[in-house]
Design a protein around this ligand. Structure first.
Ligand SMILES: [Zn+2]
Length: 283
């Protein structure tokens, strides 16, 4: 089983996770820029973070045979902090970088006017830089958040096939399925979407334009739930080809629209490295 996790925050994961992911078949990931828990107080801490997403983290992933790409944005939560909003001015420089395959995560957290502005401005950046967009849907008041997100997406003029609405569930999938946007599902250990629930959705709606991710981050989450979903699909009668479509070809197709996915030699064996510690990159 080859797996492309289209939404995972590796910055918050350990090398043990990379080893387990590689052993489970995860060969490529996309790491969206997000909120780090502790509020950031200025633009500098964003630029250091973005530099890490396009520099250090791909290097670290590469040592485990995992190909790493990123999406870059001012996340919805911090869009409300006036200290963070000037990040919008530095984004164009990052949206030109090779490892950046979309604008994201953008969208709503609390649906404030500040979030409206940042969301629309960043969809305009996606259009200007010819990139797809990863839209986070809020965890509270989810249906209203999805409806409002779809309205902002429609107003932006971005092609719906270049947008994924993520963290969908049984209710919100109905709102998105006929819009032409991609359907993103985050599989969590004990809340929200689980592998068996995901299998039921795939039975109901098919495998087209569906992205399945672990969204693993600092919180309780599991980077192997993509694999668990593939196994649950097989047990339910889906074919190997169905699993490959959902867990590999769909994310390749979606992020491939950036023209920047680098999956050359992704089938090569993981590099071996001396000693028991990760290489330190130049030091
Ligand atoms: Zn996320």
């Amino acid at each position: 089983m080859r797996i492309f996790d289209p939404h995972i925050h590796m910055t918050s994961r350990t090398t043990d996770d990379y080893e387990r992911m590689a052993a489970a078949g995860v060969r490529a990931v996309v790491e969206p820029a997000f909120w780090l828990g502790q509020p950031r107080t200025g633009v500098g801490s964003f630029t250091d973070y973005f530099d890490s997403l396009v520099g250090w983290e791909p290097f670290r992933a590469g040592q485990f045979g995992v190909r790493h790409h990123a999406t870059v944005a001012l996340n919805p939560k911090e869009a409300n902090d006036p200290r963070c909003r000037p990040v919008l001015d530095v984004l164009p420089r990052y949206l030109e970088k090779d490892g950046v395959v979309a604008v994201g995560e953008i969208g709503y957290d609390s649906m404030t006017p500040e979030e409206d502005d940042a969301f629309a401005a960043q969809l305009a950046l996606a259009v200007a830089h010819d990139l797809p967009a990863l839209v986070h849907t809020p965890h509270r008041d989810k249906a209203r958040g999805v409806e409002r997100s779809l309205a902002v997406v429609a107003e932006s003029g971005i092609e719906p096939g270049r947008v994924v609405l993520d963290h969908l569930n049984e209710v919100t999938v109905e709102l998105v399925r006929d819009t032409g946007c991609w359907l993103g599902f985050s599989i969590y250990p004990d809340t929200k979407m689980s592998p068996p629930r995901m299998v039921e959705l795939l039975k109901a709606y098919g495998t087209e334009r569906v992205l399945v991710n672990s969204a693993a981050d600092w919180g309780r989450s599991d980077p192997l739930l993509t694999r668990a979903t593939g196994e649950a699909m097989l047990l339910a009668g889906f074919t190997d080809d169905d699993v490959d479509r959902v867990l590999w070809r769909n994310p390749v197709e979606f992020y491939g629209q950036s023209g920047r996915l680098d999956l050359r030699d992704v089938d090569a064996p993981a590099p071996t490295f001396a000693g028991n510690s990760i290489l330190r990159g130049g030091s």
